[in-house]
Design a protein around this ligand. Sequence first.
Ligand code: C2E
Ligand code: MG
Ligand code: MG
Length: 662
Amino acid sequence: MSIISVRKRDITAVAGLVMLAIAMLGVGILTSQTVKEMQLMRDAEMTALRWAKTFDDRREDTWALFRDRRQTVNANSIGRKTQDVGRIISYELYDRTGQLFYSAGVANWLPAKNVGAMLDSPVTRKHSEAGMPTTRLHRPGTTHDISHYASVAIPFHLADEYLGSVVAFVDQSEQASSLTYSFSIIASATVVLLLISLAAAAYVVISKGRERTTAVARVRYLSDHDELTGLPNRQFFNNKLEELLSETASKNKISVIFIDINRFKEINGAHGHTAGDFVLRGVAERIKSKISGNDFAARLGSNEFAIALTSVQGPKKAAAFASALRDMLNAPYRVDGEEISCTFSMGAALAPSDGEDAASLAHHANLALNRAKTEGPGAFKFFEHGMNVAFQRKREREQDMKNAIERGEFELHFQPQISLETNTICGQEALLRWQHPLHGKISPAYFIPLAEETELIVPIGEWALRCACAEAASWAEPLNVAVNLSPVQFKHGGVASMVRKALNDTGLHPGRLELEITESILIGDPESVVAELDKLRELGVAIAMDDFGTGYSSLSYISSFPFNKIKIDRAFIHAMTRDDALNAIVKCIIAMGHSLDVVVTAEGVETEEQAKMLRDYGCHQMQGFLYGYPMSAEDCAQQIATSVVAKPLKTPRQKSGNAVAA
Ligand code: C2E
Ligand code: MG
Ligand code: MG
């Protein structure tokens, strides 16, 4: 529905209203005319009948008059007497055949010619036979300033015999003008009322039309724009870019820059969504202030923006523009007295070398942005043709991963966790492995992020959980099993019910299951995640904070949920023997674990020196190549059946090697 068609509809509606008003006015005029005539006829009839009463009173004379048709003194006296009644101008007497035989009245006054013929009409005759008067209105009057008069034919009967009629002419000039006056007042009032109602109706129609037009414009604006920032959205950006590219004049001059706010989720998590919205609006404002003329910008997604520049040509100028823009965007955003700093990644594609249509240009700018993101905060990259190949490869891997689920290419390996108190294996961490038929072993560091990006981690994670529970349930010793959960699984929802089902189906005791989550899980919507974690704890499973120390705000998260275990990230363990500061942090985390009554596990323990230090600091558990590499489910089951006493590996280490020898 276009605005033009809406306006046309309004005009048609108003025109309809005007026509209706005119029709109503016409009907009103006709009705008032008819009412006026009826009033006049009634008045004439009443006046004439009152006057004619004299004839009735002097019946004998009247009969004689009609019978003898003589103009007797009596007749004259009747006439004169009757004229006294008032507005009777003159009267005429007709015999039963309709012949005029007597007339009297105002001198020089002549009734309309056709009045005499009135008695001949079938209606009058019928009325006469029934003894009823017949009235007609006439105008204009001919003389004596009589503008309106009426003729009333009154029949006279003797017994049942019709003798003839008296036709009385009643002056109605005054009545007519007073009725005309009254009706003209009523008509004027009606016209005024009609005009008011018409104006009101037209106002309603027009304002409704305006409201509709505004609503249509608003819907169109919303479909093209992002409400939060007021910038156009992705669809608008693509359409406008396509439009611009189709204009040959600007074909060679377009640079497209995609911009991403780094770690925006963390800004939302740490400062709240209101602050996040404020930053988004601030970024949009700064971008808007940087563009002019034919250039345009858009918000493509939650934290992604795009600019199309016609005024900036060539890679040198585009890079200079991006650098200036980044400096401008990097300046802190002040929210409620607090300063929020952000970093930005940018990717650019230039027309026509990187694409001649909007879709490929946007796709290539996006690839450049993705590459910039991998290079760390603040990076800017131009599209390079190799990126397409990498992207293609990634897509293929994605498809591969879908097939891998069906072909059963995933398997679980298990890595022992050692209790320093008992010097025995107390649990095993389940770690996913992908054995690709062509590419061989693919590292979780590569496929887990891809699985998270595509949400394939949801079915893969469920499979890993069920498989780990089933394996653990079959072990000779009732060791714990630790399973990693992805934030994407929490975002998808139903984690607690998935875990309950896995425990029920495999028969594993909930007390033997440990779920490892990372701090990033609590970013975004911590309340709903904590609610889900509570449900998990109600099931009786333990919750471990994995990779502790690498996240955004570890301590605040530790206090927001009572974790059962903290796993110090291996980066700290790796460097603790060389770096005093990291050593102090590790010591501190272990002390914190003691005071919070939380088990502390050190990850990535590779050397005796690290193990000794951790033991001295009071670390509860260790996990690392020193005690065992991740091994297949069969090797793990066999090792558990043999012994669970923990001993450091002998050098040289074997990747598939047994961790603990009796
Ligand atoms: P993570 O949960 O922190 O697992 C420990 C990682 O450290 C494992 O890497 C393990 O092989 C490695 N590691 C253990 N000891 C040592 C050591 O002494 N030195 C060194 N350098 N590395 C050691 P992996 O198996 O490559 O897994 C990497 C990450 O992938 C895991 O880190 C975990 O975050 C993720 N992951 C693995 N399996 C799953 C899974 O089933 N679901 C989910 N959501 N993530 C998983
Ligand atoms: Mg883990
Ligand atoms: Mg870890």
